[in-house]
Ligand binder design. Structure first.
Ligand SMILES: *[C@@H]1O[C@H](CO)[C@@H](O)[C@H](O)[C@H]1NC(C)=O
Length: 201
């Protein structure tokens, strides 16, 4: 009886253990690679690259259900554009460090997935903790030079990957080199308003 009670308390403690940041430096790196913090979200809107159905603010089904992300302002557009940034349609290969950003849960190291940038995480409340990097102050509150807010429209992050604000290293890659069908192809970006306006990659 007591044993069972203690086991329950023990498991509860493990479950609530705060994460550890493995990235260090300014901006932080891990094994020589630049680090990023991540969060997850879903708002159903077309986002700042215009990846949504004509005449509505509703995002494309693929934008909601595949690996897509909103990037911090500095990554989204160095010049500060809030619509059709230079990084629209760009893909980033995110690899878990085994650590997590504050408030997150540590996850096994070395899991890589490729996400397409389709939206902006603006440098304004309530994102100041994560997305306030600027040219003059190129890190967020926790030392990361980049932040990716991951689309969770079909629970592909919280359930599919079981990621909760994991810490990652990142690398820009060609979307079409990704091995998983969950990564949108370059062709998908061609449906977005910003591609049609010749913005983004
Ligand atoms: C993503 O990074 C991992 C780990 O470095 C690597 O094995 C994988 O090939 C990369 N994926 C792409 C598409 O570059």
């Amino acid at each position: 009886m007591f044993g069972i009670v203690y086991l329950g308390v023990f498991l509860a403690l493990i479950g609530s253990t705060q994460g550890v940041q493995k990235c260090h430096g300014h901006p932080s790196t891990y094994m020589g690679k630049p680090c990023a913090s991540t969060t997850w979200f879903h708002d159903g809107r077309q986002g700042a690259c215009g990846c949504g159905y004509d005449g509505s603010d509703q995002q494309f089904t693929w934008s909601s259900s595949k690996y897509t992300a909103a990037a911090n302002q500095l990554f989204f557009d160095q010049g500060g554009a809030q619509w059709c940034g230079q990084s629209c349609g760009l893909c980033v290969n995110l690899t878990t460090t085994g650590g997590s950003a504050p408030g997150g849960v540590d996850t096994a190291e070395g899991q890589s997935h490729v996400f397409m940038v389709v939206d902006l995480c603006p440098n304004e409340a309530p994102n100041l903790e994560w997305c306030a990097q600027t040219q003059n102050h190129p890190v967020n509150r926790y030392g990361y030079g980049a932040h990716f807010d991951l689309e969770n429209g079909v629970n592909q992050i919280t359930q599919g990957l079981n990621w909760d604000n994991v810490e990652v290293t990142y690398q820009v890659v060609n979307c079409d080199n990704a091995v998983e069908s969950m990564t949108p192809t370059n062709q998908k970006y061609h449906q977005c308003e910003c591609y049609k306006l010749s913005h983004g990659k």
